[in-house]
Design a binder for this molecule. Sequence first.
Ligand code: KIV
Ligand code: NA
Length: 267
Amino acid sequence: PARVRTVHLQRAKDAGHRFAMLTTYDAMTAALFDEAGVEVLLVGDSVGNTVLGHSSTLPVTLDQMVLFSGAVVRGASRALVVADLPFGSYEASPEQAVAAGVRLMKEAGVHAVKAEGDERFAPHVAAMTAAGVPVMAHIGFTPQSEHVLGGYRVQGRGDGATERLVASARALEEAGAFAVLMEMVPSAVAEAVDAALRVPTVGIGAGPATTGQVLVWQDMLGLREGRVPRFVRQYARLHEVVGEAVRAYREDVLDGSFPAPEHGFEA
Ligand code: KIV
Ligand code: NA
C-alpha cells in the first residue's frame, strides 16, 4: 500500500473520516503497528518514560530521538512517521527548530515532527514548514512544560480557556502546522478547536471529536501492571501474557524440559 502522507490526513478530515496514531520506538513494534494499518506512528519523547525509565520526558536528547526514530522508519513501510522534538532542541529560536527538524528528517528519515507549544511557537512552525519539515503542533497539556503548568492536569478549563486554545490552534495552523494535537483538554473544548480548524486534529484525553486519536502503545496494550490514565483503553494485557510466558520458560530451564531434543543440533 502507498505511504500515508500529510495530505491523506487532511483528506480524512475533509471527508469526515478518522485515523489512528500510536507511539512506537523500535523497528519490530513499528512493523507490527504498520501491518495492523495504523496510519501514523509517533516516535514520542515518551520514550524517556517507556523505554529509558526516566520519570519525565525532559531528559530525552535529540541524539536519542534520532536513534529511536531511525529504527521506527526502518520498521514501517506504509505509516507516516512523526518524531517528537525533545525538550531543549527547538524552543530557543526558529533556527534551532529548523536544525532539529532537519536532523530528524535527514538522519532518521522521519516524515514530520511534532512540537509542543502554543502560538508563541508559530514562528518556529513557520520556519520549519518553510524548510520542508512538516510540523504537527501539540497544545493543551504539554508534558515538557509540566513544571510551568504545575503538574499533570487538564488544560483548557475555566473562563476564556476555549477561546485561548482556539486562538493558539488557529495561529499554529496559520503558521503551517499540518495537524494540531491536543492532550488532556475537555471534550467540548477539543470539539470547538477541531471545528475552528481546517487542518486535522489528533486527541489524547481530548474526547471523540478530533480527526485522529493517539495512545502510548505500552498503555494501550497493558505492558505494565497498575493504573493507566483514564483516557486510555487497554486492548490487551501484555503484562500477564509476557509474565506467564517468561515464568514458564524459566521453569522449563530449571527442570531441564527446555531445550528438548528437537532444539539441538546433530553432530
Ligand atoms: O510522547 C508522546 O507519546 C506523545 C503523545 C502521548 C501525544 O507526545
Ligand atoms: Na511527546
